[in-house]
Design a protein. Structure first.
Length: 243
């Protein structure tokens, strides 16, 4: 688990196909369409990183292989490649080590399981900050709310506004000077795509409600609502909409 606070700018130094890897070593990894990526730490403190640890690379959770003082390798599957950008070629990347149970959650809960990509629709100055406009994929639009949290390229950000127009959803995000200085957002342009992870809590709630509606358990009957309220320690039953 991560918290969306970028700790360093690292660099993808090289990429090779899994078929090349398998031709040189015996490995249980069977996704021949995946990649083996060579990552450099940059300024990241890697003294406490070990083989098998998790690290966020542009928001995607990767497993550390053969770490050294300079960097490590990680394997990325075809599924992850299909959902992400910026992990299949050399270039700078956002890095964050996995949080410990006693660490501060400086951003919000980030799983590192990227849901998809968002297209940069605009980037403009706003007083001393910068406003980032992103087009959200239709499949993820329902999870985006004003003042809610999202992870964009591994950075925990607050949604400023949400606009639904002509079947498209666009969100605006305010980038304060500190975020602008410490991240790669100053290098993006209109049309670029960035990794997007929605709030995992919103996703789970939506899935539960979807399941309840599909099975006919929502709207709740008065008795069910009272039981649900009691289970959550509330005196006020939460019932579904009345006809």
């Amino acid at each position: 688990m991560f918290t969306g606070i970028v700790q360093a700018i690292g660099r993808i130094e090289g990429v090779m196909s899994q078929s090349q890897v398998l031709s040189h070593e015996s490995s249980p990894y069977s996704d021949a369409q995946g990649l083996r990526v060579h990552l450099l730490w940059g300024d990241l403190d890697s003294s406490d990183i070990s083989e098998g640890d998790s690290i966020s690379v542009n928001g995607a959770c990767m497993t550390v292989i053969s770490p050294t003082g300079q960097g490590c390798f990680f394997d990325i599957s075809r599924e992850s490649l299909n959902r992400t950008v910026g992990l299949d070629q050399p270039g700078p990347v956002h890095l964050e080590k996995a949080v410990r149970a006693n660490d501060r959650l400086g951003g919000h809960i980030v799983s590192g399981h990227v849901d998809g990509t968002a297209r940069v629709a605009g980037l403009r100055s706003r007083d001393e900050s910068n406003e980032l406009l992103l087009e959200v994929p239709p499949s993820l639009a329902m999870f985006i709310t004003e003042k809610g949290s999202v992870s964009v390229h591994g950075v925990s950000l607050t949604v400023n506004t949400v606009t639904d127009r002509d079947g498209q959803t666009e969100m605006s995000i305010n980038l304060i000077p500190h975020t602008w200085k410490k991240t790669l957002f100053s290098r993006v342009g209109v049309g670029d795509r960035l990794n997007l992870e929605v709030d995992p809590i919103a996703r789970q709630v939506a899935r539960v409600l979807e399941s309840m509606i599909a099975s006919g358990r929502w709207p709740m009957a008065p008795g069910q609502a009272a039981g649900a309220a009691a289970a959550f320690g509330s005196d006020t039953p939460v019932e579904g909409p009345r006809a």
